[in-house]
Design a protein around this ligand. Sequence first.
Ligand code: FES
Length: 135
Amino acid sequence: MTPFGIRRKLRKLAGRGGPPEVERFPLTIVLPDGTEQQVVAEKHYTLVMASQSLPKPLATGCPDGTCGSCRVEVLDPSGLSPIKDKEREVIAQWIPDATPNTRLACHARVLGPGAKVRAFNLFDLDAITGPKPGA
Ligand code: FES
């Protein structure tokens, strides 16, 4: 056994050999119809990533955070990353009716529990592909 194998085995015996714990935090997404959905997101997930467990996740329109279509209104900023200059620029360019609570879901990251945001655009596969046969 190599010295690394011995260390790994000793760490495992001491209870420190497993994969690192992933922190997860709850947040609330208010859908356009007013219903509230609770989701759990890993630390550093964007709001877009956090919404992937919803039947209709937050819609996105670009791969690089420059279109503004993922806008949300922050109702409770608890646990969200602070806004950065790049996000401010995109909001100023594409969202003329933005308020100080407007954020981009592909920029804002979950760093702790308690965030609450209102969604405006959801990804609706049925609207794109049409109703399922027999539905
Ligand atoms: S998806 Fe384009 S800015 Fe967020």
